[in-house]
Design a protein around this ligand. Structure first.
Ligand code: AMP
Ligand code: ZN
Ligand code: FE
Ligand code: FE
Length: 283
């Protein structure tokens, strides 16, 4: 069994890279993909530990991108995975990530100010203590829980942090087309992450959208994911077939940030991704 989508505490997961490798070994995974948001620091730190433990590690990234949408001036949010199967991402790509990280810091300062204006005692410094390498909304959510303003991370998003909620503050995100281009230029495989989220917003077929993205360089689709039902998986397998896309899969494990999602096995054991998926990806 393998898991190609996980997060460390170098983005918004709660396990350190070393703890994540240990958890993967405990779960008897044959390969683990580290796909932190906007940073390769978790992968970099995990690599020597995984090598010592005899665990195959896959270098990945997860980018939050925007895609044009008629009804939304900001565009709609699309998560894009990048897999660097032959060699880790080069310096130029890392520099580009540095710019995105800077944009986050600016957003985080404005987000803290916004939450303060809503009467909440939240500072950017406190969020950055939790976020360390990369601070995101889930860290603000944890602070809101810790201070008793809300009772769960989900409630923090629903009341304050979600795009539709009163505390939301924009950040500069690359377009989906640019994300695809950057990953390709860096020698990576761009993969549409947890496509079920796009399906929810658009109950009809994703075929036209995927057809367009393939012309822009999309190379794969995350067929297996903790949030996918068997029916979703069947649909995404068909999409992969119709458009010649590679298939990937993973739990999107975040530790305590996403309680219930287990490394390798997903949500209530809804995942068991065979090693062959990675072998085919490499071919
Ligand atoms: P950021 O990249 O800092 O804007 O934070 C985005 C992350 O917050 C996503 O990757 C999700 O893990 C999480 N997130 C965004 N919206 C929600 C939501 N409505 N409910 C729960 N988590 C969310
Ligand atoms: Zn995350
Ligand atoms: Fe995601
Ligand atoms: Fe993820």
């Amino acid at each position: 069994m393998i898991d190609l989508h996980s997060h460390t505490d170098q983005s918004d997961g709660t396990l350190t890279p070393a703890q994540l490798v240990e958890a993967a070994v405990q779960a008897r995974l044959e390969a683990l993909g580290v796909c932190d948001h906007d940073t390769l620091a978790g992968y970099d730190a995990a690599l020597p530990i995984a090598q010592a433990a005899g665990l195959e590690l896959v270098c990945g990234i997860e980018l939050s991108t925007r895609m044009p949408a008629a009804e939304k001036p900001r565009g709609k949010s699309v998560h894009l995975l990048g897999y660097f199967l032959e060699r880790p991402a080069p310096a130029e790509f890392r520099q580009w990530l540095g710019g995105i990280q800077e944009g986050r810091r600016d957003r985080n300062r404005r987000l803290a100010a916004r939450l303060q204006s809503l009467g909440l005692d939240i500072t950017v410094e406190e969020a950055e203590v939790l976020g360390r390498n990369l601070t995101g909304r889930p860290h603000f959510a944890r602070l809101l829980v810790g201070k008793g303003y809300v009772s769960s991370i989900q409630e923090a998003f629903n009341l304050y942090l979600d795009e539709s909620a009163k505390g939301y503050v924009d950040r500069c995100e690359p377009s989906l087309a640019e994300g695809i281009r950057r990953i390709r230029a860096a020698g990576g495989l761009p993969v549409l992450a947890h496509p079920v989220r796009l399906l929810r917003k658009k109950p009809d077929s994703l075929d036209p959208m995927v057809e367009q993205l393939v012309t822009e360089g999309l190379g794969g689709i995350e067929v297996w994911h903790s949030d996918h039902t068997p029916k979703d998986v069947e649909y995404f397998q068909g999409l992969a077939d119709r458009f010649g896309l590679a298939r990937t899969g993973g739990s999107d494990f975040h530790g305590d940030t996403k309680p219930g999602v287990q490394l390798g096995t997903g949500l209530n054991g809804n995942l068991a991704i065979p090693r062959e998926v990675l072998d085919r990806l490499r071919r």
